[in-house]
Design a protein around this ligand. Structure first.
Ligand SMILES: [Zn+2]
Length: 145
């Protein structure tokens, strides 16, 4: 009985957790590569990079300059992924969303407004399902928007 129960309860979280474990390292490799690439422009003292499994945040930055990224960035179109990465790098210098921050982002992503808008339309939760168990016919629909 115990065995059955634990199997059932682990099944409940299968898709998200398994997807995260499957894709975490690919996400880390790709994101780290892009962080290094964009920081050649900004040259900021970055802390650690962490890859997380988050429901609705794409990324965040701590006051120490540590960058956290959602592994689901792996499934975003490259331009949106790059925008999130640039956004978080810029927070190392500007820990706010003031005009200086947006100017800084704009040095590398001039159309950041459009990126922000596009990103809001994509729900991280949907992307998570897409990575694992969403019917394949729904996938292109989401990605092509
Ligand atoms: Zn921000």
């Amino acid at each position: 009985m115990r065995r059955t129960r634990s199997r059932t309860s682990s099944l409940r979280n299968t898709s998200g957790r398994r997807s995260y474990l499957t894709h975490k390292e690919s996400a880390r490799a790709l994101i780290t590569d892009r962080v290094i690439h964009f920081n050649k422009h900004y040259n900021l003292p970055l802390g650690k990079i962490a890859i997380r499994n988050q429901v609705s945040r794409w990324g965040s930055c701590s006051k120490k300059g540590n960058l956290n990224f959602n592994y689901k960035l792996l499934f975003l179109p490259a331009e949106l992924r790059d925008y999130v990465i640039v956004h978080e790098i810029c927070h190392v210098k500007e820990f706010n969303h003031g005009p200086n921050f947006w100017n800084l982002v704009g040095e590398v992503v001039p159309d950041h407004r459009a990126m922000n808008k596009a990103l809001r339309k994509i729900n991280a939760k949907v992307v998570a399902n897409m990575a694992s168990d969403l019917p394949t016919n729904l996938q292109p629909q989401i990605l092509q928007k």
